[in-house]
Design a binder for this molecule. Sequence first.
Ligand SMILES: [Fe+2]
Length: 260
Amino acid sequence: MLNSTVLSKNFLSDGYLKIRPKNQKYLFEIQKIITNKISKTKLSKKNQISFLNNFHKFQNPSNLNDTRLKIYNYINSKSIFSKMYYEIVKEYLDILVGNELVMQNKINLSIQLPNDKSSILPMHSDTWSGDSPFEIVVWIPLVNCFKTKSMFILNPKESKHFYINYKKNSKKHDSKSLFNLYKSKFKWIDIKFGEVLIFNQCLPHGNVENITSETRWSLNCRFKSLFSPYGTKKIGEFFKPINIKPASVIGFNYNDPLAE
Ligand SMILES: [Fe+2]
């Protein structure tokens, strides 16, 4: 049984939770769907991770986005994929977000080859580009991620300082020097395949050039409470409802008989 008080407290104080879901079988299944799509041979569980880590040895960087899109379209055409994604983290989302949810329609895939500058995501918060602050991100690594093969996040305490000084600092610094100003404060997420990261996307986060010798593979998907305020990304277009309760169905279908 999960301790909801401890999980909530840790999520609020650290800005993220690194969890080991009990449903490991779905994590392997997700990894298998992706590797089967691109590998010419069937791979064992052990070889799946090695294939992904060494992907840069057979992938031309100039075609990387085509490969990524091919996999992205494939995984998002299978409803079982998003069902498994949700099931992996359901018991944690029940605690952190609620049980009537919306989930991003399309799960994102990120592939970061070693020394490839084209897939850098500079420091940002998703809210800066219109996401609702009520959204959280579920980030699933398909390989072990560490150092520059992973991502960084600024904790809530440092983020408070960052935001208080943001107006002043953004006039004095370009995004690179703003990044350097806070560089020593970032938490670099060390996470293994089999674990999942749930993070607060209002906090500054991002990645840098992957200077390790392995390729990073990760998936990300946003969730929010059905009834919390929306940003520019709306239900129906960007989000799909999941786990809607009968009382909400009744409410959505109710027509006021006295309405004009
Ligand atoms: Fe982001």
